[in-house]
Design a binder for this molecule. Structure first.
Ligand SMILES: [Zn+2]
Ligand SMILES: [Zn+2]
Length: 959
């Protein structure tokens, strides 16, 4: 088969597999076409003020400091004397955008929004702001526009500062908050003299939204335990106090203003957010003012966490909510319809209102959520063949629950499972019953019935949301298995001498017709169900893939007969070793320490294969370096504890190694060493020394709050720019070129390091050097005719090798080593897949102004550097062992596809949201892995074989 066609087909298949999880697991939960639902009773408040302190942790706000004084005295006072409080539980991803959407629109943004970068509105949604008469908002340009954009009509006004203001390096971030407070005060000052504005702000259903970004910014820059973070909380507390009294004054103490303070997400101790650690998911909620309950004293309350004691708030009733519940709470306070896509349940405990009002509000809430359920069910019913349609059947309500429900509410004596089915008539029945309870003033019963209905409807919503999952999953797995078998057959057919079969024309044609018929049948089946077009791709993809597999049935036959003659114990042993290897790779995605186990096994590899007897020194180096590298996955994730002195140590060690090499180069008299080669080496050593100095000086300068010196910034950027082309100037001899690549890449890596990770590429490349030697020994061990001499091997010869040898079983091990080292490069210093490993301190040598694009690129480069080192070493292994990169690539493809299939089953959309996020990123990572390896090997080939002549032509003694 033509290589190009194969690559294109492979890319296509993998793109489909990759996209499939977004259709199978993560589709938008939103439906459209509901009618707005509003409580018919007059609301308690005319206006609502929403303070969102971005990145404020619940415990930092509520806890008392060492002297026993509260962090936020004004808010503490409200908890104790004026309002209600609790913890609002957010969902992962704990990022600003999904947090605000949950707060203001009442639903948890699905992961399909991730793919769209959370920037624009991926889907149209309704929000409390949209339902309000007027909303004025002040704050960050990252947050405010998304609610103004989604709103219909021109009634959501935004006032943002410029993006440049969000500098978190040296400036004082509390200014972001004082900016907001000042502008609100000025706005109301202006409203006093502006008649139209005055009448507007005096309307009913008005929302004021103050987005306070200072705390988040200070948390990222100084971590939540810092003085700066806590001072910022105090500033916000004072600001809220000012705003509240200013508003009370403006509205003449009319008692018609409700206030809510919360935050979009918390923050970890090391100043990041995004994942599901309690410090990130627990946010404060304090509400007071019109319609909000006064503090409720309790003698005992139980929560699983131990916070109440720590906060000394045991006596005041803690009312916990889910973040999306805040949206219906706000809507009910000012009497606007609940946002259409809201899945929030009105937290009644927060309301200071009549039982009638509460019952009516709960009824509205139930109807609003039920509307979504009905539309979702209709959509599914319309696109499924009627005999295949399985309606929703509640798993959560047990038989006994239903029985008590029926006895208690006296609903009807008809068959019990109708409620569990939530059929149309049953919905009407329950709603009618709830309505009649309200008429009979049995409000408590009405509320409990509505709550049951809501939980049923929410369960049903998720049931229909995941309706097609099994069917699509089977299709994709079929495709996966087919593709992997095809690649295995391809390796056996073209790169080994196992089979020599030819095709049988007649049977091939028959097969083609057979598979075409199956394809038409599947397409017809999808057509009558009016499935979306993507379903055709997932279901039809396995057809050509399996056709390609079955077409090679001769190869399968040969392979099977070969396996049968093979000793059973040996083949089982081989399979077990292979499965174990794949499992270690998969597990290392969840527990980095698995890599340690793998590396220890690697250290023992020469002992098993008796290579140690052949080359004792090389084996010793290999074993030692394996064990040394095995320590890295056991260390904590990078960035938690910055330690610049370790970076200095790494710089010094590499200087030592390179000067040793320099001395060797000068001493060797029998070889002619051009002067310019020495110059380049000296230049690279200078660059390493400079980088080490710049890291130290930058961090000490930032520590003293003197900002980033311009000269350091210039040196950093020049080093980064030169790092890719300087290796191309050095000779292409194996070790000279590899050392040159290492030296060049180490300088930017040092600049991007803040701790022990600076030592990681050093140990890794040490191991890579000994790997090259080990592979040479292994080759001699198995085949005496091949005796490459490493010292004279030259990368530029690769193209001369025309006769590649056939594949051995040992080459599978080589490819596995390569994949394993790539994974080690990935998880060696931290879980790169997690958002938490982002530490802004690591890019301080380059810039201190918040710029996600540049910061992201720099971080990606830091991650890629160890990969480049591994790939270059693998390139060297390929040259020494005379393997074609094509066949090795195919083996790597099989390994990564087996891993991907594993991760496909591990993709989760339930349980803790941390698991969901990581499960997707794992799958995506493995899928992108093959593409990534292709790119890397291209880069490695370029870095190792190309040479630029700067000083005119010199005689190439190699040619
Ligand atoms: Zn935020
Ligand atoms: Zn943040």
């Amino acid at each position: 088969m033509n290589m190009l066609i194969f690559i294109i087909a492979g890319l296509l298949v993998h793109c489909v597999f990759l996209a499939s999880i977004f259709d199978i697991y993560f589709t938008s939960p939103l439906v459209h076409g509901m009618t707005p639902q509003r409580t018919p009773l007059p609301p308690p408040a005319k206006r609502l003020v929403l303070f969102v302190a971005d990145g404020l942790r619940a415990d930092t706000l509520y806890e008392l400091d060492d002297n026993g004084t509260p962090q936020a005295p004004y808010l503490r006072n409200i908890i104790e004397y004026k309002g209600s409080w609790g913890v609002s539980h957010t969902h992962v991803p704990t990022e600003s955008r999904p947090g605000h959407v949950a707060l203001i629109a009442g639903f948890y943004e699905d992961v399909s929004a991730v793919a769209k970068g959370w920037k624009e509105n991926p889907v149209e949604f309704d929000s409390v702001f949209n339902e309000s008469k007027y909303t004025w908002s002040w704050g960050s340009p990252d947050i405010l526009p998304m609610f103004a954009k989604g709103a219909s009509g021109d009634h959501v006004y935004t006032y943002c500062y410029t993006a440049e203001k969000e500098d978190f390096g040296a400036q004082d971030a509390t200014k972001l908050d004082t900016w907001v407070f000042d502008h609100v005060k000025n706005f109301f000052q202006a409203a006093r003299s502006n008649q139209t504005l005055f009448s507007k702000v005096n309307e009913e259903k008005v929302v004021l939204f103050l987005h306070l970004l200072g705390i988040d910014t200070n948390g990222h820059a100084h971590r939540p335990n810092s003085r700066e973070y806590k001072d910022n909380i105090r500033k916000v507390d004072e600001g809220i106090n000012d705003i509240v009294s200013m508003l009370e004054d403006f509205y003449g103490n009319d008692g018609k203003t409700a206030f809510i303070l919360t935050s979009d997400h918390g923050m970890t101790d090391w100043g990041s957010h995004g994942a599901g650690h309690p410090s990130e998911t627990l946010t404060p909620l304090i509400a007071w003012g019109a319609g909000v309950n006064y503090p409720q004293k309790v003698t005992f309350q139980f929560f699983e966490d131990e916070f109440l004691k720590e906060w000394k708030l045991e006596k005041w009733k803690r009312l916990d909510v889910n973040q999306a519940d805040i949206a219906p709470l706000m809507a009910s306070l000012i009497g606007v319809p609940f946002p259409l896509n809201s899945v929030g349940i009105l937290p009644l405990d927060y309301l200071n209102n009549s039982a009638h009002f509460k019952a009516e509000s709960m009824f509205t809430n139930a109807v609003q959520i039920l509307e979504q359920f009905k539309i979702k069910m209709t959509q599914k019913k319309e696109t499924t063949l009627s005999f295949l349609f399985t309606p929703f059947h509640s798993q959560m309500l047990r038989r006994t629950d239903v029985t008590t429900l029926y006895c208690h509410h006296n609903l009807s004596s008809l068959c019990m499972h109708r409620l569990r089915l939530l059929s149309d008539t049953e919905q009407i029945n329950i709603l009618r019953k709830a309505r009649s309870y309200i008429h009979q003033e049995k409000y408590h019963e009405a509320v409990s019935l509505c709550k049951t209905l809501i939980s049923l409807a929410l369960e049903g919503l998720s049931y229909y949301h995941t309706y097609d999952r099994l069917f699509l999953g089977i299709s994709v797995v079929m495709g996966f298995v087919g593709w992997t078998s095809y690649v295995i057959l391809l390796i056996v057919k073209t790169h080994t001498s196992l089979t020599r079969s030819t095709h049988d024309k007649a049977s091939t044609v028959l097969l083609l017709y057979g598979f075409a018929a199956i394809g038409v049948l599947i397409a017809f089946f999808l057509l009558i169900q009016t499935c979306p077009w993507t379903y055709y791709i997932y279901c039809l993809l396995p057809v050509p893939v399996w056709y390609a597999v079955v077409k090679e049935f001769r190869v399968i036959q040969d392979l099977a007969s070969l396996l049968l003659v093979f000793p059973l114990g040996q083949s089982i042993g081989f399979l077990v070793a292979g499965a174990l290897g794949i499992e270690i790779l998969v597990f290392s995605f969840f527990y980095r320490s698995t890599l340690t186990v793998g590396l220890i096994a690697f250290a023992g590899w020469p002992l098993i294969t008796r290579l140690w007897a052949q080359a004792k020194v090389t084996t010793l180096c290999w074993t030692l370096l394996c064990l040394l590298l095995a320590m890295f996955p056991l260390m904590p994730v990078v960035g938690r504890e910055p330690n610049i002195s370790l970076v200095t140590v790494a710089g010094l060690v590499i200087l030592l190694i390179s000067s040793f090499f320099l001395a060797c180069l000068c001493k060797s008299k029998n070889k002619y060493v051009p002067k310019k080669d020495l110059t380049i080496l000296l230049f690279q050593m200078l660059s390493i020394a400079l980088s080490t100095y710049v890291v130290n000086s930058t961090h000490s300068s930032l520590h003293h709050k003197q900002g980033l010196p311009v000269i350091n910034q210039i040196i950093s950027w020049t080093t980064l720019a030169s790092s890719l082309f300087v290796p191309l100037l050095s000779p292409t001899f194996f070790f000279q070129r590899l050392l040159s690549i290492l030296l060049s890449l180490m300088s930017p890596y040092l600049l991007l390091s803040t701790g022990y990770e600076a030592l990681f590429p050093l140990v890794l490349s040490g191991l890579m050097f000994s790997w090259i030697y080990m592979e040479k020994e292994a080759l001699q061990h198995y085949d005496d005719s091949l005796k490459p001499k490493l010292a004279v091997l030259n990368f530029s010869y690769t193209t001369d090798i025309t006769q590649f040898r056939q594949l051995h079983l040992d080459d599978i091990r080589r490819s596995f080593f390569f994949v394993f080292f790539i994974v080690t490069a990935f998880f060696g210093t931290g879980n790169i897949a997690s958002v938490n490993s982002f530490d802004p301190a690591s890019i301080y040598c380059f810039l201190t102004v918040f710029n996600p694009f540049i910061m992201g690129s720099l971080l990606v480069w830091k991650i890629v550097i160890p990969f480049v080192l591994v790939s270059c070493a693998f390139e060297a292994v390929q040259v020494t062992t005379q393997l074609s990169s094509k066949s090795l690539f195919l083996i790597v493809l099989v390994i990564s596809d087996l891993m991907a299939l594993h991760f496909f089953f591990l993709v989760k959309d339930y349980g803790s949201w941390l698991d969901i996020g990581t499960s997707i990123s794992h799958y995506v990572l493995v899928m992108v892995f093959t593409i990534f390896i292709m790119l890397l090997s291209g880069l490695a080939q370029l870095l190792t074989t190309k040479r630029i002549e700067l000083w005119g032509r010199t005689k190439r003694h190699s040619m």
